[in-house]
Design a protein around this ligand. Structure first.
Ligand code: SAH
Length: 260
């Protein structure tokens, strides 16, 4: 890359880079991600990848969409993985672009395991997960010394779209002062009820951060007791994170984005 004075790894033909695109703002791409995108022959990208990011692809790069669109079912994970194998065998420089970080609720591991099995060389380029970048863009610190010494990321959604059965609500309520739910919007009612039942206070602050780091970002501040009703009467559209914990209170003073 001309204007980045550091040595980048060679993106060899017939290899796959599994790259995190960050939560949306193209400025949050890593240098390595940008370099990979600029040099890929084929980019297989997901629904949550910011559109502007694809503008960095080289002119003749093929852009293949592998996400859910217009209510149609998303391609099966196995089909996507097969496609990566075919493209790599075809001696392309293949870049698999995923929203946020590929290893955070992103099924990146499944793709890598298959590539490993097929003896296809791959590289993993981490991205800024929405679970971190989204909070920063809402003015919510992940930790402060006064509020929390731990953070937990949880998926609100299993393969069949339900709240996972193996969530230990009591352990979460007791053990993690800050809870960050991915894919939880559809089940916010259940999530809030479970946590209240397990002893979290009704008045505990909750932030719903939608389309974080994009020009359409919206943040709703509520409480555990009211958040489900507040979401229902809002026009918030996923993707969204649900952030539960005292750290949410900081957004009042630290919401730099709305004050820009
Ligand atoms: N690998 C991704 C997460 C994929 S799971 C990452 O590291 O960020 C998809 C979920 O991520 C969404 O349902 C939502 O909870 C969250 N998410 C992804 N991008 C988001 C964004 N821009 N704003 C808010 N939430 C986002």
């Amino acid at each position: 890359m001309e204007n980045i004075p550091i040595k980048m790894p060679i993106f060899e033909s017939g290899t796959v880079w599994i790259v995190g695109a960050g939560p949306g703002d193209p400025g949050l791409l890593s240098l390595l991600a940008l370099y990979g995108i600029q040099n890929a022959d084929v980019i297989v990208y997901d629904a949550l990848v910011g559109e502007e990011i694809l503008l960095f692809a080289k002119e003749n790069a093929e852009l293949e969409y592998a996400g859910k669109r217009g209510g149609r079912p998303s391609p099966k994970q196995q089909d996507i993985t097969n496609r990566l194998v075919v493209l790599a065998r075809d001696k392309k420089r293949v870049l698999r672009l995923k929203g946020g970080d590929p290893f955070v609720f992103g099924r990146g591991a499944e793709e890598c395991l298959r590539l490993a099995k097929e003896n296809i060389t791959f590289r993993i380029v981490p991205g800024i997960t929405a679970g971190i970048g989204g909070l920063a863009y809402a003015g919510i610190p992940m930790t402060t010394r006064g509020t929390n010494s731990a953070v937990t990321f949880i998926t609100g959604h299993n393969a069949s779209g339900e709240v996972p059965d193996d969530i230990n609500w009591q352990a979460l309520a007791d053990g993690s002062p800050v809870l960050i739910f991915f894919m939880g919007m559809a089940h916010i009612n259940r999530i809030a009820d479970e946590l209240r039942e397990a002893g979290r206070p009704d008045k505990e602050p909750v932030a719903i951060i939608c389309k974080a780091t994009t020009p359409k970002q919206q943040v709703l501040i509520s409480t555990l007791q009211n958040c489900a009703a507040d979401v229902a009467s809002s026009d918030l559209i996923p993707p969204a994170l649900i952030v539960i914990g005292e750290i949410v209170n900081f957004s009042e003073e630290l919401d730099w984005l709305s004050n820009e």
